[in-house]
Design a protein around this ligand. Structure first.
Ligand SMILES: [Zn+2]
Length: 338
């Protein structure tokens, strides 16, 4: 049955992903009968991100997400987003996980800074929790390095499909809007404010960091996590550590990480580096000792990381991400021919 042909449910927009996600959830819906369909509009109204902004520096507003993994309760709002009032308008750093989030973010910006237009939207990297609210903003304003744009083109549709599966209706109407402005300069002036731009990598193959030169706030994207276990689906840990070193030496007054609270002393960089060093060392040692992936997955994690949320879950995911490549690199090749 086509979802938009259902006799008892409201029709839905017909994006490819939406249809696919709807069909997946339809199996459960249909088993519950039409009572569910009668409840659907009420359910939809409850999907409210309830975004709130806190001023972390003069004219700089933070919107903090939950320190969790994607689920049906948080709707993918696990991410840090920020917006900055500049003399002539507003600059936005990342846009959240869905169209619905983007709409809530834009409304929050307009309530907080009335009568000023959004002049620039930066995407720090291509992970879906950071840039699937893009479509709410004028695409001509969305900017990122070419590497971020390429990664989004390559993997964005797959990410969207995965998020539909993980958070369901929160994603309704969401589709990928790729940045149209490819940045390659070391700074740009936006609405009377200068922003320094840093082109790094390691969390992904293209990580973009922005510094507001007026306030000294450094927006690191996911090169820094605070009280949240770093994620590694596209990580190159040695490169990531080099980027953290570079950011540690960068002039700044406040670090706004991709996840977790802001900090003044560089704790987010230290925490992230410490965890990555332990993770890399542990997995390398496990491969060298001949442990299987399953055996590595249940290894103890040092108590000093207990303050990091979703620790065991993200560790297990990292084993899955990183172990095969480490085995390829570290285990001796066996000569199959004589
Ligand atoms: Zn990320």
């Amino acid at each position: 049955m086509k979802p938009d042909a259902s006799p008892c449910c409201d029709s839905v927009d017909s994006t490819k992903h939406e249809r696919r996600a709807f069909l997946k959830s339809s199996a459960q819906v249909l088993s519950a009968g039409c009572a569910y369909c009668a409840m659907a509009p009420l359910h939809a109204k409850l999907l409210d991100y309830k975004l709130a902004a806190s001023e972390i520096a003069k004219g700089t507003w933070a919107v903090h997400g939950a320190q969790e993994y994607f689920n049906l309760d948080n709707g993918g709002n696990i991410v840090n987003v920020a917006f900055i009032e500049v003399p002539d308008g507003v600059v936005v750093i990342d846009t959240g996980p869905s169209k619905r989030y983007g709409e809530a973010l834009l409304a929050l910006i307009q309530r907080t800074i009335p009568n000023k237009p959004v002049l620039r939207v930066y995407n720090t990297h291509h992970h879906p929790d950071h840039c699937f609210g893009n479509q709410v903003f004028d695409s001509s304003l969305i900017a990122a390095p070419q590497g971020v744009i390429d990664n989004l083109r390559l993997e964005g549709d797959g990410f969207a499909e995965n998020l539909y599966r993980l958070v369901g209706d929160w994603m309704r109407g969401t589709s990928l809007s790729v940045p149209t402005v490819a940045l390659d300069t070391s700074y740009e002036n936006v609405g009377g404010r200068r922003f320094s731009l840093f082109y790094l990598s390691g969390h992904t193959s293209a990580d973009f960091v922005v510094r507001d030169d007026e306030t000294g706030v450094l927006f690191t994207g996911d090169l820094a996590f605070m009280f949240r276990t770093p994620t590694t689906p596209h990580a190159d840990i040695a490169t990531w550590q080099a980027s953290i070193n570079a950011l540690s030496g960068t002039d700044k007054d406040l670090i706004f990480p991709g996840h977790g609270p802001q900090d003044r002393k560089g704790d987010s960089l230290t925490q992230t580096s410490d965890y990555l060093a332990w993770l890399d060392g542990t997995l390398r040692h496990s491969v060298e000792q001949g442990l299987t992936m399953n055996e590595a997955m249940v290894l103890p994690i040092p108590d000093r990381f207990n303050s990091l949320s979703v620790l065991r879950t993200e560790y297990e995911r990292s084993v899955v991400h990183l172990y095969p490549n480490l085995e390829d690199t570290l285990l001796p090749e066996i000569e199959l021919t004589r």
